[in-house]
Design a protein around this ligand. Structure first.
Ligand code: 13P
Length: 253
């Protein structure tokens, strides 16, 4: 638990890893090793694993999330999965706007914004990703990039709906690179995120939105980042695929 009394949140993003039998095994290892009850654990697994893992999670405190969804709830969208379908099988979270979706599948702030609004309306909590590229950081435009993303991604989201929304700051250059952000840089970007949220929704609502950091988190570097007041938890990629390492991260909260 944080000083503010807010619950910490650790999200595992398994990306495109683990077929259902492997997913069930990893889930069970994680579920049986959890000792921290001051932390909400959300596992975001591939679509084909969702039913298996959601059924296993039903008797636990672990929440299950998808890694994407469509911006409409039904229709002629070959290959897509809607927020309503996810909600129907017991999924309660969804990662939206991840940099890998933007890089490989052409997702934009505009399409992500539509998904964010429909996900909330369909009973899911979106984990909305923002983050600058290495070039943007080097050019010194990180702050502008993050505040524009927040405004575009949350366009049309109403103040009460913020209760069902998580922001994940994932610098693109830190994702999967082994290069984690510096403490002082994260403190700064959190302030930019809170200021952007405050300008849209006021200080109180802005302060209640959980902010997670993601990008090359491991059990060594995470404790220091978690000590930052504005950080409410982490979005963990590679390290969430190894139960022992993920549990070290969760249990240090
Ligand atoms: P890594 O932890 O592997 O850098 O991935 C971060 C991420 O993309 C989580 O969504």
């Amino acid at each position: 638990m944080k000083k503010s009394g807010k619950m910490r949140i650790i999200v595992g993003n398994w990306k495109m890893n683990k077929a259902p039998a492997e997913a069930a095994a990893l889930f069970s290892e994680i579920a049986s090793g959890l000792t921290s009850d001051c932390c909400r654990v959300i596992l975001c697994v591939p679509f084909v694993d969702l039913l298996t893992v959601a059924n296993l999670a039903a008797d636990t405190e672990i929440c299950i999330g998808a890694q994407n969804c469509h911006f409409d709830n039904e229709g002629a969208y070959t290959g897509e999965i809607s927020p309503a379908m996810l909600n129907n099988i017991g999924v309660n979270h969804v990662i939206l706007g991840h940099s890998e979706r933007r890089k490989y599948f052409g997702e934009t702030d505009e399409t992500t914004n539509k998904k964010v609004k429909l996900a909330i309306a369909s009973g899911l909590t979106p984990i909305v990703c923002v983050g600058e590229t290495l070039l943007e950081r080097e050019l010194g435009v990180t702050d502008e990039k993050i505040s524009i993303q927040i405004k575009k991604l949350l366009n049309g989201v109403l103040t009460p709906q913020l209760e069902n929304l998580i922001i994940a700051y994932e610098p693109v250059w830190a994702v999967g690179s082994g290069r984690c952000i510096e403490h002082a840089d994260l403190v700064h970007v959190c302030k930019v995120i809170r200021a952007s949220l405050s300008s849209l929704y006021g200080v109180e609502a802005a302060n209640n939105v959980p902010i997670l950091y993601g990008g090359s988190i491991n059990s060594q570097n995470f404790t220091d980042l978690l000590s930052i007041d504005d950080i409410d938890g982490g979005l963990v990629g590679g390290a969430s695929l190894v139960a022992e390492e993920f549990l070290k991260i969760v249990n240090c909260t």
